[in-house]
Design a protein around this ligand. Structure first.
Ligand code: TRP
Length: 452
């Protein structure tokens, strides 16, 4: 089986998606999810939304609008895992585990937090005025989103690159502290799509809600038409040649047109097509491409229980990954059941069999020895001294060969024999015969050849 690339991204649910969001993020993400090698996790970052917005109506409306937009845009929920962050209780739980290893100094450097502090200082306020712990801890929550699912690639805007880097930083710290050589977390990479255009808005600046220059996506044909009529153009009259390369109306057209449509439109503008007519062409193009999706969107919005069901199925799929992984992480930091304490180490070794390893070293007297370490770092065996590295290596080879092991028990430990010679011994001090036998079982598991 080839491993697919896990692509994960979140959408903060504070607004209504516009045409710029669609062309810049939604459309490319839906396309990327259709790749057979992609294992996509897309989610509504509604916990993040709470950091920026304390209006419950708006939060709720935006969650529904964003979910409906992605679904209407053609996201195939059988292919991708599509869920609400707030349906995954493992995420805030992981956030806490990560918060406990995240350096405060790292978070002090986060752009969004720093910008707020700078603004306060500039206006003579207390540096922390109006700054919540939510804003301060934002990157840790985002790290949990990403690390929970071991995402390889994280498509984001440029403003989010720093957050992905912080996720790596925090994940690495956790791996180092609790992994015992095992990498719990995959290091994610930010994915910046250079090829997707940032669309210009009505006034030619980047289309953005904060500039109030957006073209609505799915509200209604009329809304779209009205917005298009407000696109700023130059004052050339009908019949005068227009310059397509200096017209953001043309740029908008390009983002949705085929090559042939684009060339035709260019020629018409050069021949003096009036701006009113040009706006009409843009509307026709967008309506043709998005009209059906708009209808699906309104259907979805009118049947919220269908969307609820889809998202709960998505949450179930996501939790099937998150819950067992979080159980492992809890175990790693020491949040373990009292009851299973005695049995746990053996079970852990079984799981870790694949990654058990020999580590050889040299004594001060020049002799060679080796240890056998379980994946969790626990020492299973220590060898006797060998005169040279070759002899030590031959023994480790034989131990791994799958041959029946000659293990001889002692009261509180055991020895391993090869060809009538004791070659290694246990180093743990076992409290009784049962514990010792568990140790022997763990050793056998560790030395079982890996079958695939
Ligand atoms: N912070 C991101 C934004 O505002 C949204 C987000 C939250 C996110 N969690 C994420 C993006 C995890 C990628 C991965 O755009």
């Amino acid at each position: 089986m080839t491993t697919r690339t896990r692509i994960l991204t979140g959408i903060t649910t504070t607004g209504t998606p516009h045409l710029g969001n669609y062309a810049g993020a939604i459309r490319p993400a839906i396309l990327a999810s259709q790749d057979a090698n992609a294992d996509s996790f897309y989610f509504l970052a509604d916990y993040h939304a709470l950091i920026k917005c304390d209006d419950p109506q708006r939060i709720q409306r935006s969650r529904m609008e964003i979910a409906a937009t992605w679904l209407a845009g053609g996201l195939d929920v059988n292919r991708v895992t599509f869920y609400r962050q707030s349906d995954i209780p493992e995420i805030p739980e992981l956030t806490w585990l990560l918060t406990c290893v995240a350096a405060k100094g790292l978070l002090n450097r986060a752009h969004a937090y720093k910008a707020s502090v700078d603004k306060n200082v500039e206006t003579g306020e207390d540096p922390d005025a109006g700054i919540t712990m939510g804003l301060y801890g934002y990157p840790v929550l985002m790290a949990a989103d990403i690390l929970m699912f071991n995402a390889h690639k994280v498509p984001v805007g440029r403003d989010q690159i720093q957050h992905v880097e912080m996720a790596r930083d925090i994940g690495q710290r956790f791996n180092h502290l609790f992994g015992n050589g095992k990498e719990f977390f995959t290091m994610p990479e930010a994915l910046i799509e250079e090829s997707v255009a940032t669309l210009p808005g009505l006034d030619g600046r980047k289309m953005s809600k904060s500039y109030d220059n957006t073209i609505p996506l799915f509200t209604s044909a009329k809304d779209m038409k009205d917005a298009i009529s407000r696109i700023v153009t130059d004052s050339r009259a009908p019949g005068e040649a227009k310059d397509p390369d200096n017209s953001h109306l043309f740029t908008l057209f390009q983002a949705f047109a085929s090559k042939a449509q684009e060339e035709e439109f260019r020629a018409e503008l050069l021949q003096g097509l009036g701006w009113g007519e040009a706006k009409n062409r843009l509307f026709q193009l967008l309506d043709g491409q998005l009209g059906e999706a708009r209808e699906r969107y309104h259907q979805l919005i009118s049947r919220p229980s269908d969307m609820e069901d889809l998202l709960l199925i998505g949450a179930k799929k996501a939790r099937a990954v998150a819950a067992p992984f979080l159980a492992e992480l809890r175990e790693a930091v020491g949040l373990r059941s009292f009851v299973e304490q005695a049995a746990a180490p053996v079970a852990a070794k079984k799981k870790a069999a694949k990654a058990a390893r020999f580590v050889s070293f040299r004594e001060d007297d020049g002799s060679f020895r080796f240890r056998l370490l379980a994946a969790d770092g626990e020492q299973l065996l220590l060898s006797r001294n060998f005169a040279d590295g070759k002899a030590a290596g031959a023994v480790t080879k034989q131990l791994q060969s799958g041959q029946t092991l000659d293990i001889r028990s002692e009261a509180y430990g055991f020895n391993v024999w090869l060809d009538g010679e004791c070659v290694a011994e246990s180093t743990a001090i076992y409290a009784d015969a049962a514990e010792r036998d568990a140790g022997i079982a763990a050793l056998r598991v560790a030395l079982t050849p890996i079958e695939d």
